[in-house]
Design a protein around this ligand. Structure first.
Ligand code: TPP
Ligand code: MG
Length: 709
């Protein structure tokens, strides 16, 4: 008998036992727990008069089964590194998650993994669903509510995150498990909806998960045949199961979302599946139990109304008041997921203690990772680059710095969306390896041409404990912006290595040349963009990026060579950490005199303003040149420092950047002038383009003269 046949035979026996032993709906206490999830969800949506009751009502049984019978999760420490993850990708059904977190008495934790000794979701917060400062915001938000593993709501993102979580779990297992010491073997459970599966990002994620054979990942698809506008017939008629089969997933079916034994069987089957992710088509009925709204899009996104709630509760046989949970339900969860999680977590801590004796260095790594720390001496790896008028592309210096740092930080792992030879993001150490189904300890990732899936997975990897980076061309941030925005909302220190930063990439032309992308990235609150001006600023950029443990960083790098600035003639590169600094024309160099004009630039245009500065200086103009690799880091400095770099009484200013002007007004003021792009680029060698679009020292000098008038 093959393994698969054995599993099937075993399941048949179990099925017979299950059918004989209990009704299809499960035990009375299970029913009570499930109906508690349903009624809490209905009541909270009704209290808010806003939200999504139908899907929590339908998915309560499967959420119950996963949590109560399978999830290895300790409610008293929702941040335990080796825990199973539960992701509600259809974030609109947030009340499902909040109800479970409430009933399972999960503790509160924050963005940094600090646990607070109080319930994450007390009843008062459920009653304040969707109100300001409630721990039950409209959609689940990581860091706001203990037990919420990731921020979901933009459909498809949770699916993408889950692939990153499963990857992190496989990687941790491969690197840290040793003979006699199994520390990591966690699973990721996902609930997802029609919307999740229509979004492209989930297809990218599913495709790579199948390729990678992530057997620790299960997506449970809520096949309710309903979306907002009506029946899925309107727009979604493909055979989803066949699609996932083609992706290489193990596809299973549950015909009735209320059939607990069937759910149990499928989840067991998942935990025994070794070589592929699991996809479950779960046929459900949105608004289950509501006599007038079940199976209708009316149950999707609005309160049921008091009358309909009364009718539905009658159907459930529910006689209690609003928000009134039977005490035995709490006890039930305590003795289920609570007891199991506490026991496993305690055993894990003991395992780690023993492990630390045999593998002290690896144990120290795990401890650092748990706190989102880095190895103590990681900064010692950061290289310095000698002065070089010819210099090197910042993508090249980036590759050198990244590799030097990776040697010090084992869990700095990542890859590119099929552009590693161009983005220079390959880790070249002999033992770095490639993350593949037969080598989950590999540190190089091949995302294929799936930028969005990559970015969503990076968030999941970061949530899973590692420090991930992902790379592509800067222009293709357009293809992953939704996930980058979520990196920032979740305060995740993901590093995006983005090369080919402007018209400077040359011949590939306007489709590949970012123009508005700097402005677009800077518009994302909390995200730190760094566009370093030479190799040493690249080194500093990595120092900043890795020092930040609660913000994503975007490194914007060139294809073309940049001169490495002579730091004996110009200021030390240490200023780059402050986002903007005086490179030439310092107070000392100007003898304390007020500058006549300030020239600012980032990245590849630094050399342009430096050339202009040198010419103006020889002409006797008291010019100052400011390198501005990062507005966001500059804005984090105190007012006195910012004033010392850009004295407010110097209104003659020129900024030069091979992107659009938008945003530069902040530093230019009314009297300032901008030299950059106002249109898409063109296909030609880079020097010709800089000349054609007038991004030259001559133009900067011209504008400086206008500004000084
Ligand atoms: C990217 C994205 N687009 C649109 C929405 C708005 N929206 C929320 S739920 C939903 C569709 C609901 O259908 P389904 O995913 O099947 O969820 P169900 O109603 O079955 O729970 C839409 C369009 C969203 N949240 N995210
Ligand atoms: Mg649906």
């Amino acid at each position: 008998m093959s393994t698969d046949e054995k599993i099937q035979a075993e399941e048949k026996t179990q099925e017979a036992v299950a059918t004989a032993a209990q009704p299809v709906t499960g035990s009375a206490i299970a029913q009570l727990a499930i109906n508690s999830i349903r009624t809490l969800s209905m009541d909270a949506v009704q209290a808010a008069n806003s939200g999504h009751p139908g899907t929590p009502m339908a998915l309560a049984p499967v959420a119950y089964s996963v949590w109560q019978n399978f999830l290895r999760f300790d409610p008293s420490d929702p941040t335990w590194l080796a825990r199973d993850r539960f992701v509600l990708s259809c974030g609109h059904a947030s009340m499902l998650l909040y109800s479970v977190l409430h009933l399972a008495e999960v503790k509160q934790s924050d963005h940094y993994g600090d646990v607070v000794d109080e319930p994450a979701v007390p009843l008062e917060h459920l009653k304040q669903f969707r109100q300001l400062h409630s721990r039950c915001p409209g959609h689940p938000e990581f860091g706001e509510t203990g037990g919420v593993e990731t921020t979901t709501g933009p459909l498809g993102q949770g699916c993408g995150n889950s692939v990153g979580m499963a990857i992190a779990q496989k990687w941790l297992a491969a690197r840290y498990n040793k003979p006699g010491h199994e520390l990591f073997n966690a699973n990721t459970y996902v609930l997802c909806s029609d919307g999740d599966l229509m979004e492209g990002v989930s297809s990218e994620a599913a495709s790579i998960a199948g390729h990678l054979k992530l057997s620790n990942l299960i997506w449970i698809y809520d096949d309710n045949k309903i979306t907002i506008e009506g029946e899925t017939e309107l727009a979604f008629t493909e055979n989803v199961a066949m699609r996932f089969k083609a992706y290489g997933w193990n596809v299973l079916k549950i015909d009735d979302a209320n059939d607990l034994p069937a759910i149990d069987k499928v989840l067991k089957r998942f935990t025994r599946t070794k070589n592929m992710p699991t996809f479950v088509v779960l046929r459900s009925h949105i608004g289950y139990g509501s006599p007038n709204k079940q199976d209708s899009h009316k149950a999707h996104g609005e309160a049921l109304g008091a009358e309909e709630i009364a009718l539905t509760k009658k159907f459930y046989g529910w006689t209690r008041d609003q928000f009134d949970v039977p005490p035995e339900v709490y006890e039930h969860f305590r003795s289920g997921v609570g007891a199991r999680g506490a026991k496993l977590h305690k055993a894990w801590k003991n395992k780690v203690k023993k492990y630390a004796k045999d593998h002290p260095e690896l144990a120290a790594e795990i401890a650092a990772m748990e706190k989102r720390d880095l190895p103590a001496d990681w900064q010692s790896a950061i290289p310095t680059f000698p002065t070089d008028p010819k210099g090197m592309a910042s993508r090249v210096s980036s590759g050198k710095v990244l590799n030097a740092l990776a040697a010090k930080i084992p869990w700095l792992i990542g890859g590119s969306a099929d552009l590693a030879p161009s983005t220079n993001t390959l880790l070249t150490a002999e033992d770095a390896g490639h993350f593949e189904p037969d080598n989950y300890g590999g540190r190089n990732f091949h995302w294929g041409i799936r930028e969005h899936g990559m970015a969503a997975a990076l968030n999941g990897m970061c949530l899973g404990g590692v420090r991930p980076y992902g790379a592509t061309f800067f222009c293709f941030t357009d293809y992953m912006r939704p996930s980058m925005r979520l990196s920032s909302i979740m305060r995740l220190p993901v590093i995006y290595v983005l090369t080919h930063d402007s018209i400077g990439l040359g011949e590939d032309g306007p489709t590949h040349q970012p123009v508005e992308h700097l402005a677009a990235m800077r518009a994302i609150p909390g995200l730190v963009l760094i566009r370093p001006g030479d190799a040493n600023e690249v080194a500093e950029a990595y120092r900043s990026a890795l020092s930040l443990n609660d913000k994503p960083t975007v490194l914007v790098l060139t294809r073309q060579a940049l001169p490495t600035v002579d730091r004996t003639r110009f200021a030390s590169v240490s200023g780059a950490a402050r986002g903007g600094y005086v490179l030439g024309g310092t107070d000392v160099q100007l003898g304390g005199a007020r500058p006549d004009v300030i020239l600012m630039a980032s990245g590849s245009e630094l050399q342009v303003v430096v050339a202009a500065y040198e010419r103006l200086t020889t002409e006797g103009v008291k010019a100052r040149v400011v390198s501005m690799p990062s507005w966001e880091l500059f804005e984090m400095q105190d007012a006195a420092y910012r004033e010392s770099v850009l004295p407010s009484d110097v209104t003659a200013r020129v900024a030069c950047e091979a992107g659009i002007e938008q945003g530069w007004q902040r530093y230019l003021g009314n009297g300032g002038r901008f030299v950059g792009m106002a249109s898409f680029g063109a296909s030609a060698p880079a020097p010709a383009l800089y000349k054609h679009f007038g991004i030259t020292p001559e133009r900067v000098i011209e504008e400086a003269r206008v500004a000084m008038k």
